[in-house]
Design a protein around this ligand. Sequence first.
Ligand code: ATP
Length: 244
Amino acid sequence: MNEHLLELKGVSYSYGQIQALHNVSLHVKKGEIVALLGANGAGKTTLLHAISGLIKPSTGEIFYKNDNITPMEPEGIVGKRLIHVPEHRQIFSTLTVYDNLNLGAYSHYKKSGKKVINEDIEKVFELFPVLKERKEQLGGTLSGGQQQMLAIARAMMAKPDLLLLDEPSLGLAPLLVKEVLNYVKSLRDLGVTVLLIEQNVMGSLKIADRAYVMTHGTIKKEGLANELLQDKEVKEAFLGSTVV
Ligand code: ATP
């Protein structure tokens, strides 16, 4: 058994004339939080879309749990418990918190049954008590931070082994950024492996085990998060990013 839960080998992708990914190789081991850093337009979101099957690489292969998932459709990939929380949350704003959570379990609803799903909802309420208080509230009426918690909680309902998080702190006030990153850290303690895109470079390096730095669709640097925190080039490139 390969120790890598996720492995990308030479993945490339173009939007017409724009090559967004050039020969990207990376891996995530079970139990890790791996941060994917880079400026706007570096290709981070495109990479997550390729992993979750929303786009198909022009070259290269993606392995998950030792299976080549490159040709698989997104539904099949979700079924293997690889769950993507996209940028801008995308919760169902006209449904209640409770219904949003139920929908998160759709991929295993029949198999698990209502009793197990309700138990899972109680578990995510333990993690995010504010969602329990607001379970009958419509998703769209929650604050930005609460919507982000709902997006992560809904993903947890799918019982992820690997969670792809695209900018979970985007648009949040500094205190909430810290809170959301602490939640991400606590997911690892629950046995979830995380690949995290985060604009807050310092904050994400503080909770991550390892990180990759992307520029112009390529991996420019990789290493242990605590070493990258001290890295002169990383510091210079991301000078000005908020420290939490
Ligand atoms: P951001 O933090 O701004 O989301 P990113 O690192 O996630 O940046 P991507 O969104 O993956 O970067 O974009 C990588 C490149 O692909 C950029 O040059 C971008 O303009 C281009 N791109 C992204 N989506 C599309 C699209 N749907 N059509 C055409 N070009 C795109």
